[in-house]
Design a protein around this ligand. Structure first.
Ligand code: FES
Length: 108
């Protein structure tokens, strides 16, 4: 299974194997990683799954996948940066094995 590395705002690092096809938000939730809330369950209706994609991965992951994600990124609690994504919109694939995401200071 592809590995995803979640870095908390305080620097705490959690490495998880996430099933292919699952999304990065669910990977955190199912494993009790704090820092990603995912309140709407991935319906692009909350922005509480906001993360910053590690610079080494931005090209591979790409930018927001839809206008709806772009619109919802206007509702994040933390500052939006060029590498901001909503993690419910990032499917885990073998190509993303080793992906590093940085969690913002707050999701509310
Ligand atoms: S979980 Fe609500 S927008 Fe991602």
């Amino acid at each position: 299974m592809p590995k995803v590395i979640y870095i908390a705002h305080d620097g705490a690092r959690t490495e998880l194997d996430i099933a292919e096809g699952e999304n990065v938000m669910h990977g955190a939730l199912y494993n009790g990683v704090e820092g990603i809330v995912g309140e709407c369950g991935g319906a692009l209706a909350c922005a509480t799954c906001h993360c910053y994609i590690d610079e080494a991965w931005t090209e591979k992951v790409g930018g927001p996948g839809s206008q709806a994600e772009l619109d919802m990124l206007e509702n994040t609690a933390a500052e939006v940066k060029p590498n901001s994504r909503l993690t419910c919109q990032i499917a885990v694939t073998p190509e993303l094995d080793g992906l590093v995401v940085h969690m913002p200071e707050a999701q509310y």
